[in-house]
Design a protein around this ligand. Sequence first.
Ligand code: HMG
Ligand code: MG
Length: 300
Amino acid sequence: MLILPNKVTIIEVGPRDGLQNEKNFVPTEIKKQFIRGLRSAGLTEMELTSFVSPKWVPQMGDGAEIIADCLDPNTRNFVLAPNRKGIERVYMSECKAVAVFVGVSNSFNLKNVNKTTRDSMEELRPIISELKQKDYFVRACISTAFYCPYEGKIAEKDTIQLCREFVEAGVDELSVADTIGMAAPSESYSLFTKLRVEFPEILLTAHFHDTRKLALANILASLQAGIDRFDTSAGGLGGCPFAPGASGNVATEDVVFMLERMGITTGVDLNKLMNAIEIIRPQLSRTIDSGYYRLHTQTV
Ligand code: HMG
Ligand code: MG
């Protein structure tokens, strides 16, 4: 028998993961309207932007302005920060929720942040402790938790060990990512079951890219493993510029549609979500091909 939660929390990553890989710079004003549109659709927890090098990811170069104008003090809005410089930028802002990110795969981490996984952890451990002393909410994004574009299959025990290090460092949440959309539902079920058992107190979130259209199957498998938090991206936008094969995140609208059809509450208004997508769509270099969006545009 399927035992599933009554309610799921969606963490919208469209303004960050969704846009970071877009070729053409999306005007800052449009990004702000997009964020407001997503919020009015009921997407409260959200990654707004990242404080990374504008030379590495030019699309996120307006992060400070986004945070200054778009923070909602009543909900958890994240900024991503990979290093001390990023954290100093957080301290100069009003943002109180930070997402740090590290790859289980050393090769990926080197490509992504120019550091080994070990060196990233050495840098982040004292930063996390400092953030917690200052009462920040800290989320750790675990990249290449299943597969790496450079190293192939990642051992489950290595992912669990990195999660353990983050939990010991004091994070509030683990967001465990299938960066290149390779995980099989059986692998998601296995990993999330073990993580749920080992870290019963931690907020545990699954982050699926839909490269091979397996994300919804992975979400169902993760639900069965006790996961009730999912990172998703409006329109299925997204991908990491340093992970070849990391196409879009699973589309928020497809996840919301599936969950609501299963009687699981998400708090997201699909019509308002479609309006938010229409704000960003003309700026994109790609077409939106989520199932829900395609049918919606054919019928309105
Ligand atoms: P580096 O070149 O080794 O850094 O890059 P550095 O310390 O030598 O500094 C180089 C320059 O960058 C300096 O500026 C620094 O000030 C500046 P310059 O003196 O040349 O003018 N700099 C910064 N500027 C702004 N904010 C900062 C920052 N740090 C240094 N935080 C660095 C290292 C980490 C900066 C670089 O590799 C970088 O920015 N990488 C970005 C990686 C990224 O954003 N990846 C995508 C997000 S992760 C992801 O998508 C995966 C996820 O979705 C989960 C999943 O799906 O797997 C989360
Ligand atoms: Mg991602």
